[in-house]
Design a protein around this ligand. Sequence first.
Ligand code: XMP
Length: 327
Amino acid sequence: MQSNIRPESMARITTPEQANAFIEEQVAAVRAQVGDKKVLLALSGGVDSSVVAALLIKAIGKQLVCVHVNHGLMRKGESEQVIEVFGKQLDANLIYIDATDRFLDKLAGVAEPEKKRKIIGGEFIEVFAEEAEKLEGVEFLAQGTIYPDILESKDGVKAHHNVGGLPNGMTFQLVEPVMLLYKDEVRVVGEALGLPHQMVYRQPFPGPGLGVRCLGAITRDRLHALREADAILREEFDKNGLAGKVWQYFIAVPDFKSVGVRDGKRYEGWPAIIRAVNTTDAMTATIEEIPYALLHHITNRITHEVEGINRVCLDLTPKPIGTIEWE
Ligand code: XMP
């Protein structure tokens, strides 16, 4: 196992040449570590786990077993992209589990944010462990640990875990090929491995997914409305050149309705709240100015195209005092 201290002599990876050299070195290291054994990876579709998957596919091909758990709280098109890129293009050994019903049934009626997070985290481990138990000969677990995770766990800022911890009795040796890299380096390596730009430069997305943005007790109809409204926001930010300028942008939908009018009739619906912030470390955040004409266009699209939404609001609150997420 490699040391988890980054040597001072290690140059920051910024070019494809440096990335390729890193990839070659890690491919050899992973092959030496793993031999002919199988490696399991929880593939969320986030930047870190995607880059680890691509690297390990290059190193050990079908000895890597990727498990993608769709908890029903993904953004629109995300699970489909994991299947397309890893299952089809990279021909990975990919197990796709649609656990939407399991998660949403457990979450039904639960409004308290921390309780929702616990249910989502706990259920994730259970689904993942069930799949792992079905497999034979797996001795290794790959994780998308990156250097800030190591530094933060040393400082006691947060516990270092990528899959949220595994149940007792499951013992794996860890394979963590990008653990000495900073996020920007992981992205350069991801592009050198041929992953789509959009996947490698994805904005941060919390583990509990849309569960933290569908406020209060999650219902399927409101979750669907949130996912559709969020997809429109992302599409419009992409088209209008804001995707690269704004660090994080999304929609939150609270669990109350107000009266509106549609087609001359009373139309009760939820508000969609736009949050678009800039930050460097997510500890503080500022509000990005979005052109009014674009806000009008987005409002028009969301209120006409998304069933159940009858207002669009813009959150102008910096962090502090507001956190980035609404939950
Ligand atoms: P807050 O809401 O605390 O969010 O201002 C700061 C940043 O952290 C992200 N976030 C998470 N990321 N797992 C994650 O990987 C989580 O459970 C989680 N919760 C919040 C949030 O999206 C923002 O970028």
